[in-house]
Design a protein around this ligand. Structure first.
Ligand code: DNO
Length: 407
C-alpha cells in the first residue's frame, strides 16, 4: 500500500512537517477554497503542488500531491438542474489540468446535500480520547425538531421518534445549536458553510430526485467523464455514502456492494473505480469489507482505512469511530485482501500495483486535544492509525515473502 495522508492546505494546523515525521509517502489534497463548479486552473494546482513540496523552513519535503480528494460534483450535476452541463464540462477541464500536472487519482462522491455527517465531533471515550459519533436519536432530534422537516421520522418505528422527542426536550439552546452545527458541518475545509435555511432549500430542490433519478443522473455523469479519464490515464474513484443509509429523506445510492456493482457496470472501464472506505461502509453490518475488496479489487483505486463500532445491527444504526484496529471491520483480513490484489496486479504488470491508502480519521489523543485540527484529522491520532496499519502490512508481507520463498 502507498501510505498517503490528507492535507487540507496551508491553513491546516497539521502541516507538511508533521506528516513527514509520521513517515508518509504521498499527499492527498484538494483546492477547498475554489467554489464547487469553478475550474481548477493549472496555476492553482501548481501552487498547491509547490506547498506540498516544501517543509516549513523551505527545505524540500520530497512529497508530492498524489491523490485528489475531492474534486467536488455540484448539486446542479446531481439534480441535473441549472448549469449542470457546464459544470460537467468544467469538471472534465479540471481533471485534464490535474492530469497534466502529473496526478493520477481523483476521489469524489455523489452524496446529495451533505458530505459525511456526524452528530458529535468530540465524543469522549473512557480513556479520555475524543472521536466522532453518529447517534441516531440525536440525528432524529435534529431532523424532526430542529430542522422540522415535513415527513421526518414517518418511516421509522414510533419508539425511535419518542426517544428523539425526549432527547430534544432535554437539550438546552446551546446543545441544540451545537447539534445542528455538527450535523451540517459538511466537507472539512470547504468554503460552503450551510445555514439551516440553505439545508431546507437544498432539501426542497431534491423533492423530484428519487433514488432512480439520482442513479440516472450519476450514470449520465459517468458516461461523460469516465471515457475521458480512461483516455488520459486518470483513475476516478467514488467514495461511499457516509453514513451508508438514507438521511433527511434524500436519495442514497452508494451505500452497499450492490450499489457499487451497478455503478461500475454502468460504465465498464477501469477508470471507473472505487474509494473503498472501510469506515463509511462499515457502519452497515451487511457490508463485508474484506469480501468487497476481493470482489471489486481490480477497480479499487484508493483506500480509506478506519474502523467503526455500531451500537446495534439495525439499519440505520448509531456508531462511533473506533481505533483503527478496534471496531467491527476485521482490518487484518481487509489488508490481507489488499495485499493479494496488489500481488495480482504486479503479476499482471499493472502500473498501479501499489494502491494508495490513507489512515482515515483518527481519534484526538494527547496533544491533538485542543489543537483545533479538522474534525477527524488530528496529527497524532492518525499517526497512531497509520503506524498500526503499517504494522499489519509489514507482518502480512513478511508472511507472503516467506511463502513465496518456500514455493
Ligand atoms: C470525511 C471524508 C469525506 C470524503 C469525501 C470524498 O472525512 O471521508 O469527506 O473526503 O466524501 O468525496
Amino acid at each position: 500500500m502507498r501510505q498517503t495522508w490528507r492535507w487540507f492546505g496551508p491553513d491546516d494546523p497539521v502541516c507538511i512537517d508533521d506528516m513527514m515525521q509520521a513517515g508518509v509517502q504521498g499527499v492527498v489534497s484538494a483546492l477547498h477554497h475554489i467554489p464547487t463548479g469553478v475550474m481548477w486552473t493549472p496555476e492553482d494546482i501548481a501552487l498547491r503542488q509547490s506547498a506540498i513540496g516544501q517543509m516549513r523552513d523551505g527545505s524540500p519535503s520530497g512529497l508530492a500531491w498524489e491523490v485528489v480528494e475531492s474534486l467536488p460534483v455540484s448539486e446542479a450535476i446531481k439534480t441535473q438542474t441549472g448549469d449542470w452541463r457546464n459544470h460537467i464540462t468544467t469538471w472534465i477541464a479540471s481533471m485534464r489540468n490535474l492530469r497534466n500536472a502529473g496526478i493520477r487519482v481523483i476521489c469524489y462522491n455523489f452524496m446529495p446535500v451533505l458530505d459525511w455527517t456526524r452528530t458529535d465531533l468530540t465524543w469522549r471515550r473512557p480513556n479520555g480520547a475524543r472521536c466522532m459519533r453518529f447517534d441516531l436519536i440525536d440525528f432524529l432530534a435534529f431532523d424532526i425538531h430542529i430542522l422540522q422537516r415535513p415527513g421526518a421520522g414517518d418511516d421509522l418505528p414510533a419508539d425511535l421518534c419518542d426517544a428523539a422527542a425526549r432527547r430534544f426536550g432535554r437539550m438546552d439552546k446551546v446543545a441544540r445549536e451545537q447539534l445542528a452545527g455538527n450535523v451540517v458541518f459538511g466537507l472539512p475545509g470547504a468554503v460552503e458553510r450551510l445555514s439551516m435555511q440553505d439545508v431546507r432549500d437544498l432539501l426542497a430542490s431534491y423533492a423530484p430526485v428519487t433514488d432512480a433519478v439520482l442513479r440516472r443522473n450519476f450514470h449520465d455523469f459517468l458516461e461523460q467523464v469516465v471515457p475521458v479519464a480512461q483516455e488520459i490515464g486518470m483513475r476516478l474513484c467514488c467514495h461511499p455514502d457516509d453514513p451508508p443509509f438514507p438521511l433527511l429523506g434524500l436519495p442514497r445510492i452508494m451505500s452497499t456492494e450492490a450499489d457499487y456493482a451497478e455503478r461500475l457496470a454502468a460504465v465498464d472501464l477501469p477508470a471507473n473505480g472505487i474509494t473503498l472506505c472501510s469506515g463509511s461502509l462499515g457502519a452497515r453490518h451487511d457490508n463485508d469489507l474484506p469480501g468487497m475488496m476481493r470482489r471489486f479489487g481490480e477497480r479499487v483505486h484508493f483506500l480509506h482505512l478506519r474502523n467503526v463500532r455500531r451500537d446495534c445491527d439495525t439499519i440505520p444504526a448509531s456508531f462511533f469511530e473506533d481505533e483503527h484496529l478496534g471496531g467491527q471491520t476485521d482490518m487484518v483480513a481487509l489488508v490481507d485482501a489488499v495485499l493479494a490484489e496488489e500481488a495480482r496486479r504486479r503479476k499482471a504488470g499493472r502500473e498501479d500495483a501499489v494502491i494508495p491508502m490513507r489512515p482515515d480519521h483518527g481519534q484526538d489523543i494527547l496533544d491533538d486535544i485542543g489543537r483545533g485540527g479538522q474534525p477527524g484529522y488530528p496529527a497524532i491520532g492518525r499517526l497512531k492509525g497509520l503506524a498500526e496499519l503499517r504494522g499489519i502490512e509489514a507482518a502480512l508481507s513478511r508472511r507472503l515473502d516467506v511463502s513465496a520463498a518456500r514455493t
